[in-house]
Design a binder for this molecule. Structure first.
Ligand code: SUG
Length: 435
């Protein structure tokens, strides 16, 4: 039985724009109200998916969520026809209109925490959809994500989709972006590293920027997934990192199989954390620590080096799929060159242009949810969500026909956008034939 990792990327939605909605995410704040290009964004995302698929690695996607979320606006007191709601929200609360129109479900690393069947006592793949309760535009995703996961991973012999944790401060959860799995091979039991920013029982050194994940949330998920407690490590994010703009752990460390790349300031109490991970893993784990002198926290956030995808391309061979910004950052570029020459499994590095997503703080790794599957589990999924040459062409064509080239925040007031999006989504539903 073959076991491998499948990347599920978020297909970037037609209302991608720069709302400046995420405090603590420097790119989001810096690009507030810049004019976006939904079409370019989606084509960039699709090109990344195609690049991975062309490596022979199974690549799938999740459809975008339908926007605007009119119920959210109604809950804020707006009423009438959709056009009336949009117009009134635009006049009185443009921030809420931007929230209701956010395409943030594209960052599927925040869709759920996933534990493969070899880690879970009942032999099923477990998913806990993230409640994303810290940011109101992201909290809108959780219910829809749960329904979508249940429709794609519908076979309960293989998959267990839990409910999201209660959307309250105590159980604040952002999914796989704060979860790393290390394993000797994909079919072997792994070590699951859960990273949190806040422990409500120990509020020392709270960062100024929001710490989006709580320890309690990570602990509940580990338990619900039936993980072996001897193979789970819980680590607190370094508050300095959060305040430098590292709002998720996948902006400051990345792991794949037996390789873990970690910045010096990824975790508070870092030595102990890495020693614990090493002890749980057993022999064979390679931990590469990147020093602040080699890549400063400022460059970590500017280049998004750690948000590269670290992809297995053969026995003990990996490819680093970096955001193009790494090639433009002197320190990140030097680091990549050094890693390629050093004794580790990274054999190749490629750069990918995802600037539209990056300007909202979403790099290559943010755009994908990793799911380790056996052949049998993969066969239990709808074939229509996998990227083949034909599907890629079909989706690019769909994007070119339905997405706007430019979208300013003021364009969200244009009532015809609702119909445009709805027509596009109906056609996509038909193409995919999902329940
Ligand atoms: O949650 N940006 C997202 C970026 C998520 C990146 N994901 C990972 N690191 N895995 C966020 O902050 C910006 C939306 C706006 O401002 O319009 C935004 O939501």
């Amino acid at each position: 039985m073959t076991t491998y990792e499948v990347n599920f990327d978020g297909l970037i939605g037609p209302t991608h724009h720069y709302g400046g909605l995420s405090k603590g995410n420097l790119a989001s704040v810096q690009h507030r109200h810049v004019v976006s290009s939904p079409r370019r964004a989606a084509l960039q995302g699709l090109a990344k998916m195609k690049r991975v698929a062309d490596l022979g690695i199974p690549q799938a996607f999740f459809p975008p969520q339908s926007r605007p979320e009119l119920e959210f606006l109604e809950a804020h007191g707006f009423s009438g026809s959709p056009a009336e709601i949009i117009s009134a929200a635009h006049t009185k609360r443009p921030d809420l209109l931007s929230t209701a129109y956010s395409a943030s479900a594209m960052w599927t690393a925040n869709a759920a925490t996933v534990s493969p069947s070899s880690d879970c006592a009942d032999g099923r793949v477990h998913f806990t959809p993230a409640n994303l309760q810290t940011m109101s535009h992201r909290a809108l995703e959780a219910q829809h994500t749960t329904r979508m996961l249940r429709s794609i991973f519908y076979d309960s012999n293989h998959f267990m989709i839990h409910d999201p944790l209660p959307a309250v401060a105590e159980t604040s959860d952002e999914g796989a972006a704060n979860h790393t799995r290390l394993c000797p091979s994909f079919d072997a039991p792994g070590v699951e590293l859960f990273v949190f920013g806040r422990d409500l029982r120990d509020p020392q050194q709270a960062p100024q920027f929001p710490a989006r994940q709580t320890l309690a949330a990570s602990q509940i998920i580990a338990k619900a997934h039936n993980l072996d407690p001897g193979r789970c490590v819980f680590a607190r994010q370094h508050p300095l990192a959060i305040d430098a703009g590292v709002f998720h752990n996948d902006v400051i460390s990345v792991g794949n199989q037996s390789l873990h790349l970690v910045h010096e300031f990824a975790f508070a109490d870092q030595e102990r954390v890495l020693a614990n991970v090493n002890a749980c893993f057993g022999p064979g784990l390679q931990q590469v620590i990147v020093a602040e002198d080699d890549l400063s926290l400022g460059d970590v956030v500017q280049s998004y080096f750690f948000n590269s995808q670290l992809i297995s391309i053969g026995q003990d061979e990996m490819l680093l799929l970096c955001p193009i910004e790494c090639s433009e950052n002197v320190s990140a570029n030097r680091l990549v060159a050094r890693l390629l020459c050093a004794d580790n499994p990274i054999k190749d590095c490629q750069f990918v242009d995802l600037r539209e997503s990056m300007q909202n703080g979403g790099g290559p790794a943010c755009l994908r949810l990793r799911v380790v599957l056996t052949d049998e589990q993969r066969l239990a999924l709808p074939a229509s969500i996998f990227i083949t040459d034909d599907r890629y062409e079909q989706l690019c064509d769909w994007v070119r026909r339905h997405y706007r080239e430019r979208l300013a925040v003021s364009d969200l007031a244009d009532a015809s956008l609702i119909d445009e999006v709805s027509v596009a989504m109906q056609e996509l539903d038909q193409m995919l034939g999902l329940a």
